[in-house]
Ligand binder design. Structure first.
Ligand code: UDP
Length: 464
């Protein structure tokens, strides 16, 4: 760290927080940035040019900058993940170096880059420039461990077709094939995605810190194991707005940082009884096929409960004809302020794709879930939700495992079990206990808060 001067000067440490351009990546990094600002750190938030331009309602407590991925008019221009990642690797590093130089010339040098672990190349640039590098893991610890074991060659891809195989990894429950991230099975079609995820760990042991958007107590065994293999590992989650947790940050009202326009559904929820509405969302990316959309639609209708369903604009034409108009008990929106919705007392449960942010949000608010994982890390998150934390019910796929469709009757059965059944009460009780544990970890004196303070302190040079 020969160029690092914060240890000896009184100026505030300056972090460049560099997020991968996806909603589920920038959301937690913004929330983490706000906590750093609260602790006296200066933050510049950065992602790709095209993505930052799409985002609405970014917080004013930090500066904004961008780098280029080579597709400044939108990543759609890339045409394939492979082209996108290759171009990003060519253009990203160069534009990041230019940005660091500019900031330095403007008298605003960067002391530490907190970079999304999807971009391990940032660490090399940080080191070359005498800057600290902190890898920020946006996914759950169990998922990180799975990819790390692929990196170590301890899990071979492709996985054998024998469905009896169980995967045993340290500090984790036995995993069936179906609990693994989807890229293990779509390896032929999506090799770029698996490589991107495995490469996160190519140089992670050289990072100055490894920060993970999770909670130590949520899974002590894997937290302890991870801390042993990476002594610089720290859990700093859940990175969700502080108003959901201990309201440490005053006037923290940003429900709506998003690339989509939020529709108001709170008035609709206000008129519904307590615990009467099923909230359904599959996050910002995953597409469903028409058959699955139809089964969900009729499963919701047949359950005879109120429902609020987020169907993104790109998915709308897959809905059964006139379904939205005819659904007396349902409201379909293109995007909502999810945290506001989950907090609403009318919500009975969340039918979710189990993206890690949605998972942390629902755990932190104490809303029970019905799991319908589709892609990426979601199946592993679902395994933990159902079998480890016991705060959800798994919506089973139809017998034809390859098609991975949840039929309407299966969804209806889960809804009835959750809202009207004994099991639902047990699950709600577990969810409330877990919510308490998370709140404790995130509040002043809790494990995540202590880790954030330690990180800020070491950034100032006193212990690093
Ligand atoms: N989200 C939202 N409104 C919606 C749907 C999703 O604000 O209508 C937010 C949600 O709160 C979460 C993020 O989008 O913070 C989705 O991230 P997640 O990791 O759950 O899924 P991904 O989009 O990465 O698949």
């Amino acid at each position: 760290m020969e160029n690092n001067t914060i240890a000896t000067s009184s100026r505030r440490a300056h972090c460049l927080v560099l997020a991968f351009p996806a909603q589920g990546h920038i959301n937690p990094m913004i929330q983490f940035s706000k906590l750093l600002v609260h602790e006296g750190v200066k933050v510049t938030l950065c992602t790709t040019r095209s993505f930052i331009n799409k985002l609405q309602n970014l917080p004013s407590s930090m500066s904004l900058e961008s780098i280029s991925d080579g597709f400044d008019n939108g990543f759609e221009e890339a045409g394939s993940p492979k082209t996108y990642v290759e171009k990003f690797l060519q253009v990203g590093p160069q534009t990041l170096v230019e940005l660091l130089e500019n900031l330095s010339q403007l008298g605003n040098p960067v002391d530490c880059i907190i970079y999304d672990s999807f971009m391990p190349w940032v660490l090399d640039i940080a080191k070359k420039n005498g800057i600290f590098g902190a890898s920020y893991l946006t996914q759950n610890m169990s998922v990180n461990s799975i990819y790390y074991h692929v990196q170590l060659d301890k899990i071979k891809v492709p996985i054998s077709d024998n469905s009896e195989d169980e995967i045993l990894l340290p500090a984790m429950p036995k995993l069936q094939k179906g609990d693994l991230p989807s890229f293990f099975f779509s390896y032929e079609e999506e090799p770029t995605q698996l490589k991107l995820l495995v490469d996160q760990f190519s140089n992670i042991d050289k990072a100055h810190w490894i920060l993970c958007n999770s909670i130590y107590e949520l899974d002590k065994e894997i937290s302890e194991w991870t801390t042993k293999i990476w002594p610089k590992f720290k859990t700093i989650g859940p990175n969700i707005p502080s108003m959901i947790l201990d309201s440490r940050i005053k006037n923290d009202q940003d429900y709506d940082i998003a690339q989509f326009k939020t529709e108001n559904c709170i008035d609709w929820l206000d008129n519904k009884p307590k615990w009467s509405v099923i909230y359904v969302s599959f996050g910002s990316m995953v597409p469903l096929n028409e058959e699955q959309m139809e089964e969900i639609a009729y499963g919701l209708r047949d359950s005879d409960h109120y429902f609020l369903w987020v169907v993104r604009a790109s998915e709308k034409n897959k809905l059964p004809k006139d379904f939205a108009k005819k659904s007396e008990k349902g409201l379909i929106v293109k995007w909502c302020a999810q945290l506001k919705v989950l907090r609403h007392e009318a919500i009975a449960c969340f039918v979710t794709h189990c993206g890690w942010n949605s998972t942390l949000e629902t755990l932190s608010i104490g809303v029970p879930t019905i799991t319908m994982p589709q892609w990426s890390d979601q199946a592993t998150n679902a395994k933990y939700i159902v079998d480890v934390w016991k705060v959800g019910i798994r919506a089973p796929f139809h017998d034809d495992e390859k098609k991975k469709i949840v039929k309407r009757d299966a969804l209806k059965k889960c809804i009835v079990e959750m809202v009207d059944g004994e099991k639902g009460n047990e699950i709600r009780e577990n969810a409330i206990q877990l919510k308490k544990l998370i709140l404790e970890a995130a509040s002043v004196g809790g494990s995540s808060h202590k880790n954030i303070l330690e990180f800020v302190k070491s950034l100032q040079g006193s212990t690093c």
